[in-house]
Design a binder for this molecule. Sequence first.
Ligand code: FRU
Length: 573
Amino acid sequence: MLLLTSLLAVAVAAANVNAQSATPIYVDPLVPTGTPLVGNYTGPLRPQIHFSPPVNFMNDPNGMFVDAEGVYHLYYQYNPLEAVAGNQHWGHATSRDLYHWVNQPIALFPGNTSEGIFSGSSVVDVNNTSGLFPDQDNGVVAIYTLNTPNDQSQNLAISYDSGYTFEKYEDNPVLTIGSTQFRDPKVIWYAPTQRWVMVIAYSQEFAVGIFTSENLLNWTEASNFSYHGLLGLQWECPNMVEMPMENSTETMWVMLISINPGAPLGGSITQYAPGSFNGTHFTPVDSVARIADFGKDNYAGQFFYGIPGDQPQISIAWASNWQYTQAVPSGPLEGWRSAMSLPRINYLTNATRVGYRLVSLPYDLSPVISSEPLQSNDNLGNGTVLVDFTDLESKVIYFELNITNIPAVNASGTANFTFLSSITGESLSGGQYLFGDTPFWLDRGQLRGFDSDPFFTDKFSTNVLYDPETSAFTMSGVLDRSLFEVFLQGGEQSATITLYPEQPLDIMVLRTAGLNEGVGVSAAVWGLDSAWADYTDENGTVVGNVTTGAGSSNGSSQRMKRETVLGRSKRLY
Ligand code: FRU
């Protein structure tokens, strides 16, 4: 049997060599080339509107760009053979609306068993600055870290078919300093100097290197941004992006830095710094440490390449934490581990008292909302909304709660929610106390599917200021089986957490109590459609790309807005 398996492996390896290109390349015989991995997306933990890999282990989003046809490309750190980290490839999926994803064949493969294709980014070389695309304006260049036991070097892979298949650049590496801690290049085009700009982590020196290039092939060191805010034990996955400022015609720049290990909450976290960029140097507005998400499962976020800087940016993060990601039960139970966060729109605001804040809101959810709310109440006052969604196949819920007319002094009361399993009584809950600087809490400690891991800490909180101008407070959230994301005060604060109930959560209670007289409360709860169900065959299997670019809706930009789905807080900016 063993002999037969090895003979088969040799035969498949030979076929892979032939199928790839004239240049022989090594591909692990067990990893399919030219065809997507197949997955089953029906398991009770499987997110239905979030991206997760067909099988096995995923971490960071990589190489995200939107092409000229409006197709969003998401690549990701992928171990196609096991549900634990390692054996890094770049998996690939595409979408037109950021919710309906089509699994594509693996895009990048390590060249031998000691290599890993680590994180990086992609750009479209529209003007053929590299000279690699004489006859086209949609050539894609992926810039990634090649990890070997002795070195982390920066390498290119080239795609002539808009990001579906890649060849490794023949003169790799394009940037190496002989370090094992130099990784995760994120490249953008900076029009004023007509240069490409790369930010990259000197991970254990707590520095982001800024390099520039005219052609993506030769890189010049420009400056370092270092020792800012939190250090943790390593810096990873830096991003630098231009984005609009709310209530202003100005844009600003944001430096996003992922930290792992050593986050204040444990494990992985993301910090950001608003500032300015002049083509070579990033200058932060101040020295404040700002955290992007107050939950524990939002890491290595990346902004899509190709969104103009005067429009809200679009980001996706890895919704997990290195402290426990390789132990979570979706591996043994369903054969996959890790999902991405919701796609988010991002811009900066000048928030009450605290100043610059990165606003983070779900990207337009309408492609997965096809029906009226399961429940809504425009005049809830102090009351309860009870939603039994045991019959909702997707088990995905979106809710909004908007409170207006909150008195400036002596505000009182609470607004909270609980998701329950009708079978086990397990629960996920959270809520807001409307007094003082309004503490908000989240509790995933009443769930039983993954409760013995000491790092899977279960309670989170933050403080939100309600808006003195509008005297209003808003809270919205998405529950998607094993993921929950909450957005407070129009996205001024957000949290992403994973959760592992033993049985599906299928009842929601949304409740307000003790609110002052005259306070207005509106609430609505929707059941969302499963995005994966559209691609599932009768056996519950998602086969992946048979045709490219499936999905509905267009990929155009989002307005910078805090218009809620309910459309009640009509604060357009
Ligand atoms: C972040 C990270 C990156 C690295 C990749 C390897 O989660 O550690 O720094 O490139 O994961 O999978």
